[in-house]
Ligand binder design. Structure first.
Ligand SMILES: NC(=O)c1ccc[n+]([C@@H]2O[C@H](COP(=O)([O-])OP(=O)(O)OC[C@H]3O[C@@H](n4cnc5c(N)ncnc54)[C@H](O)[C@@H]3O)[C@@H](O)[C@H]2O)c1
Length: 186
């Protein structure tokens, strides 16, 4: 299968990329390599996928020197035009969306980063899938959902409040978008 995998320099995305490549899928890995945490970790993960730091540039496809079936592109999910072009030319069968602004406390510190990546970016993914007729989209949900309902619990500590806001924000937006895209005629 021909797969677009976002967040391919990330913790989960790099491992999923490797699994898909080993399985024989063709993967285009996308990541903006932001500095939310040490970028050397991200470049290191890309190196294990055969992509050299020196070869990486914005909006440029880099062919892996280890995996013939892997190419990487540095791009922002929220870049609407670039995402449109990517989908138009990519002929993807499946999208695995692991590119996101993660973290709980940082959503209070820099909420715009979350809106740009997780709302605008996610909408671009949904639109790309819709216009390309892609019906297979995989995206994670927060591990915190396994343990508690953010809607029904009230806690008093600052950490809990931040955590709740993060969960509510991410879940609410993504559920709304999913509902819209599932129920609206295309
Ligand atoms: N790690 C966990 O334990 C865990 C648990 C549950 C859910 N998740 C979710 O899985 C996803 C991936 O998590 P992770 O741990 O791999 O995070 P990560 O931060 O290591 O990886 C995310 C990657 O996305 C990239 N990215 C962020 N914003 C982007 C944008 N606007 N455009 C392009 N690339 C962008 C980052 O540079 C990063 O490499 C996130 O949605 C996270 O919330 C993670």
């Amino acid at each position: 299968m021909n797969i677009l995998l976002t967040g391919s320099a990330g913790f989960i995305g790099s491992y999923v990329s490797r699994c898909l490549l080993d399985r024989g899928d063709t993967v285009v890995g996308l990541d903006n390599i932001n500095s939310y945490y040490d970028i050397n970790l991200k470049y290191g993960r890309l190196r294990t996928l055969g992509v050299n730091r020196e070869a990486i540039d914005w909006y440029k496809f880099v062919q892996s020197d280890t995996f013939a079936n892997f190419r990487f592109i540095r791009m922002n999910l929220e870049d609407r035009q670039a995402m449109k072009m990517l989908f138009a030319n990519g002929h993807f069968d499946v999208v695995v969306n692991l590119g996101a602004q993660a973290g709980v406390r940082y959503s209070i510190e820099n909420p715009y980063a979350y809106v740009e990546s997780n709302v605008d970016g996610f909408l671009n993914i949904l639109e790309g899938c819709r216009h390309s007729g892609i019906f297979s989209l995989a995206a994670p949900k927060s591990h915190k959902h396994k343990h508690k309902s953010a809607l029904h619990e009230t806690r008093s500590t600052a950490h809990s409040l931040e955590s709740d806001l993060h969960i509510l924000f991410k879940t609410y937006i993504q559920i709304c978008l999913h509902i819209h895209y599932i129920h609206e005629p295309h």
